[in-house]
Design a protein around this ligand. Structure first.
Ligand SMILES: NC(=O)c1ccc[n+]([C@@H]2O[C@H](COP(=O)([O-])OP(=O)(O)OC[C@H]3O[C@@H](n4cnc5c(N)ncnc54)[C@H](O)[C@@H]3O)[C@@H](O)[C@H]2O)c1
Length: 324
């Protein structure tokens, strides 16, 4: 297949691009490098350095060959920032996604795989199924939900087959590939940067949540398991025209548990400061991944928190400056 990957210089997009190339596909990465890294783009991929808001470059790229599928990873990802600068997120995560789906249908693309998020849901005591109440608590989640809903219209009007994969917290590393956001807002890389001496302390935002230890609980899904979900979803779009799946491990870990486990793995005290709740955070987001497991035969393989942190720690130790 010829596959067009936006955001393929980022953490999840580059790992997926590599797996798709290994499986024999031709991959084009389209990325502005606004947060990504050229060194993360697999060597065998064609690389187009351009932004999704450049409609001319986008149309030229998508007409340069016949693409079977678009996989859309490009976005701004920091939920906290979306509550301070909402327009930046509506423009990049929604308006640019709309341009991409519009150009995709105009150029005859039949399949579209979209990086959605657990942030489309309301916080819940129970594991989240695909039927759980929607209700983003931040603008970031709202932009992803808007994109999912718009994809549904493009499916019904133009016949575009789409999969929305609602990732929970991506984590861990693959050989030579890891998380490198700048600035880093995700908990696991943040705490490991402290262990490397690159930051002084971690901040725990909110210690009065209705959770056993008062801190937020998240479902951490290893990058290898996320990548395999993409391959399965892409193939399933041959027969299905709409797939919406939670992609999480089903296990929830609190902020304190993650920090405690990181201390053991890295052998460092990792000081942590307690601070008030942060706007946009939900108390608990944990997946029920049963639907994707039952329908696509997907099974998360890397669910042990210590192993996840060990894989991330190996990457951070060997790449203290990320891809730089
Ligand atoms: N990391 C997570 O835990 C997580 C969880 C849920 C959903 N997601 C979603 O998965 C996707 C990938 O996340 P990630 O962690 O790999 O992020 P990332 O920041 O590492 O990668 C995003 C990539 O998109 C590119 N990009 C952004 N805007 C662009 C534009 N206008 N034009 C072209 N390229 C652009 C960036 O340069 C970067 O390479 C995102 O859509 C994100 O919302 C991530």
């Amino acid at each position: 297949m010829n596959i067009f990957i936006t955001g393929g210089a980022g953490y999840i997009g580059s790992a997926t691009a590599e797996a798709l190339i290994k499986a024999g596909n031709n991959v084009t990465v389209y990325d502005s490098l606004v947060t990504g890294h050229q060194a993360a783009v697999p060597e065998e991929a064609e690389f187009i350095h351009a932004s999704l808001d450049d409609s001319h470059a986008l149309a030229e790229a998508l007409t340069s060959k016949k693409y079977d599928a678009v996989m859309h990873f490009a976005a701004f990802i920091e939920a906290g920032e979306s509550m301070k600068d909402p327009g930046k997120f509506f423009r990049n995560n929604f308006t640019n996604s709309l341009s991409l789906m519009e150009t995709a249908v105009q150029t005859g693309v039949k399949k579209f795989v979209f990086s959605s998020t657990a942030a489309v849901y309301q916080s819940s005591e129970e594991p989240l199924t695909e039927e759980s109440p929607l209700g983003p608590t931040n603008v970031y989640g709202h932009t992803k939900l808007m994109t999912e809903q718009t994809l549904e219209w493009y499916r019904s009007i133009y016949g575009l087959h789409f999969a929305a994969l609602r990732y929970f917290n991506a984590c861990g590393a693959l050989p030579g590939r890891g998380e490198a956001h700048q600035p880093e807002s995700h908990l696991i890389p943040r705490v490991l940067q402290i262990a490397l001496g690159q930051a002084e302390s971690a901040t725990i935002y909110g210690t009065d949540y209705p959770t056993p230890d008062g801190t937020c609980i998240r479902d951490y899904i290893h990058i290898a398991d996320l990548v395999s979900a993409h391959t399965l979803a892409l193939n399933a779009l041959d027969k299905k025209d709409r797939l919406i799946y939670n992609v999480g491990s089903g296990n929830g870990f609190s902020v304190r548990e993650v920090i405690e486990t990181a201390r053991k793995v890295a052998g460092h005290t990792i000081p942590a400061i307690e601070a008030p709740r942060r706007p946009g955070d939900s108390a608990r987001l944990v997946a029920s991944p049963k639907k994707i497991m039952n329908e696509l035969g997907w099974k998360p393989q890397n669910t042990n928190l210590q192993d996840i942190l060990s894989s991330a720690w190996e990457w951070h130790k060997s790449h203290p400056n990320g891809y730089e």
